[in-house]
Write a protein that binds this ligand. Sequence first.
Ligand code: GAL
Length: 806
Amino acid sequence: MKKYSFHLLTMLLAITVSAQAQTKNIQNFDQDWTFNLGDVSNAKNTDFNDSGWRKLNLPHDWSIEGKFSKDNPATPEGGALPGGIGWYRKTFTIPESSRGKIISIDFDGVYQKSEVWINGHRLGFRPNGYISFRYNLTPYLFYGTKKNVIAVKADNSTQPNSRWYSGSGIYRHVWLATNNKVAVDHWGTFVTTPKVSAQAASINLKTTIRNYTGATQTAVLTTIIYDASGKIVMMKTIPGISVKDSIKEVSQDFTLNNPNLWSVDKPYLYKVVSKVTDEKSVSDSYETPLGIRYFNFDVDKGFTLNGKPMKILGVCDHHDLGSLGAAVNKRALERQLEILKGMGVNGIRTSHNPPAPELLDLADKMGFIVMDEAFDVWRRGKKKYDYHLYFDQWHKRDLEDQILRDRNHPSVMMWSIGNEIPEQTDSSAIGIARDLAAIVHSLDTTRPITNANNNPGTNNKIIQSGAVDLVGYNYHHTDLAGFHDRYPGKKFIGTETTSALETRGVYDMPSDSIRRWPNNRNYENGKGGMNADYTVSAYDNVSAPWGSTHEETWKVIKKYDFLSGMFIWTGFDYLGEPTPYSWPARSSYFGIVDLAGFPKDVYYMYQSEWTDKTVLHIFPHWNWEAGKTVDVWAYFNHADEVELFLNGKSLGVKKKTGDDLHVMWRVKYQPGTLKAVSRKDGKVVLTREIKTAGKPAKIQLFADRSTIKADGSDLSFITVKILDKDGNVVPDAENLVNFKINGDAFIAGVDNGDPVSHDPFKANYRKAFHGLALAIVQSKEKAGKVSFTATAAGLAPATISLQMIK
Ligand code: GAL
């Protein structure tokens, strides 16, 4: 025992230091790859000459660099961008000091059908483009100065394989892990909190130790729990663990008094650090996030988090990041989540695939409840070349890997085993649903399983199978009130709702007539009353026929406690699925926020309902033909009434009655100033003004962050506004704006939110769309000042300065 106490002391010192230094034995492996678009027969060979290939850093999505065409095999539904086959290679050395260690490569996601070779040895194949995977490189590596070559083939040539934009290539991060031969296994911890109250939390940690030596080893496992400030709150050591076989699971229990609970408003995070030491050396360390919370779905009362009733106010999102494509960028994801948080969103559904790991890290940190979804299809496909081709052979492995990777995230509170599975009403679904649920339960029983049903009738075999804990409805908002008539004693979740449609800045009147587009699945413009210019009104008066408007949906969900929550289709517009039109439209109209990240008006309806922020939002713009009758809407809260004035003359006071979510005035247009005043108990709460804009005169720039990290990946999102001479945004401005950067940074993408634009996303120019455009500036690895200038013919230019800091 003596031996251990001394050992423990030295180890503790090492631990305190290393926790701050973040030793995770993992190093980012994104830099210095070469890339070739097109198949090359011998590119897997070590001696292949790739000197002519393009040099780049990952993550990389080659599709987003391509040209839009309706003839691309992805079709407009898949985003109308090119696919194909791409090769990546990286040449690297491994230091002599790593000899004797286990060296592995981790891919967070490669779209799709990836094959990987190390020094000419084939490591494997993964067809699923959204799954994370690891290969052990150790048996094939050279050490010292001798070079190693890793080659990756991504095959996105068999299309269509997706109902949305997938992106192509190594579009997520790659890591190199260097571990001792006795260490915590890959995804080798599982932390749960079996009992939680305000007074105490019991914590169980299962740690899987892997022994690569082939001989019995004696290991010491030390587990340390840190609070959010980095202070050690608990520590336990188990000495003398005999690891005979290659893998050993060790269970540890802790009781933490007065725990800080994780919630969506206060996402308090602890951290578990596991160290495995084999008596001789200081061990590897392995980090696991820990959020202490408890939640429940109740048949009648709906959802509670830490005992408090609340609704899951969620959105569904696809994985693309607009003009950045599928190439993951943590700051771009964080910005999306910030924008959604600002509207009151507290839930994310990762439709319809496992997300980038960064999304879950951010959800843990920022306070979102995640529905982590596995599949869009099982055995029956939706597209000729989609995952149904691989389901039989791969679903077990893929689902296991997803659960193992994601089960420690406190944000994840539901597993979804499928979206709108075509075999819903086929008896074959019963066995598959049970099989998938058994796979999930073998790795995690702490979260409910759901699936998203577009046919939630009692003939639904997945629901009948008893495999799911939460009955998930997609749409059917008029059936929600009677859910328990159909499913007595069952728990509910609105896996997907709404599918309303809007183009930012477009207003079709009368605003109180609801349109369901496309009629008869007729995707052509001008047909079925649809707009000839491929736009959709932003009054929240259009939805897909299978969906409902935002207000229609929220009014129902809001009313009944047992409706535990909803996931709106969608938070952000996404590439592909350009409903209600098809080509030349190439991206969605479903978003509450457009593809560039600019909110549509209905964002403020949610903000007025879902946040504590005091809201008064009036629209539309105030540039119309003289004499036109214009509907003016106001979303507001924290007030009894709103009064509207046109050029100083009152147009009347409006109050919400019943379940109203907005008020409206029908106004004969005349140019000038529209002013709204909200009042509570006769006192003014907020005032808003919209003025008739004159001709475009100048550009205004606004950076979401003007100081960013000089780390080669941080981003500044610059909003470009076209203003008249008095500073009003010109609502129909379409000026072509050119961008120029001075200093060490580059433009990573440009956009304006127009779903019909075919201009490239990788460019130094963009036309404004309804007065706005976006430029995304990315840092290089050099600190310094960067100036960003926007010019346009006939307009006063604008420049802003950005700081890149180390
Ligand atoms: C749903 C489907 C989503 C998306 C949406 C569009 O039925 O689950 O992936 O296609 O419709 O409204």
